[in-house]
Design a protein around this ligand. Structure first.
Ligand code: ZN
Length: 122
């Protein structure tokens, strides 16, 4: 991994994540708050591995799912609801058209920047 500004930002994100563990997740609103596609717990960054269950999205389906469950697309209230449903074992509804859109976007990005996925800026 090359050293640089972007790596510093990522380190900052991790640090903020660790600091926020015992605080309200509202303190994380300035960065990507995501919900793990596998276990439904909160994590930082849509495509990061989950600190709770270790799951890391790898397929386009996982990535689209992960992207849908971030504060880019959901309000903090909606995220909270999704998290509560997920840990209660209830299904998470993602609108099929929206899911398809995300999937398509990911596949287009992959096709144009095959050597370096856009989300792997670190
Ligand atoms: Zn998880």
């Amino acid at each position: 991994m090359a050293l640089g500004v972007q790596k510093v930002e990522q380190a900052g994100s991790n640090l903020a994540h660790y600091c926020a563990v015992k605080r309200s997740y509202a303190s994380l609103l300035l960065m990507t708050v995501a919900i793990c596609f596998a276990c439904g717990e909160f994590k930082v960054g849509a495509f990061t591995s989950c600190p709770h269950c270790g799951a890391e999205p790898t397929t386009d389906e996982d990535l689209a799912h992960s992207l849908a469950l971030t504060d880019h697309y959901l309000t903090p209230e909606a995220l909270e609801q999704v998290q509560q449903r997920a840990v209660a074992g209830q299904p998470i509804d993602i609108a099929p058209e929206f899911y398809e859109q995300l999937l398509q976007g990911l596949q287009e990005e992959r096709a144009t920047k095959a050597s370096r996925p856009w989300w792997k800026f670190w």
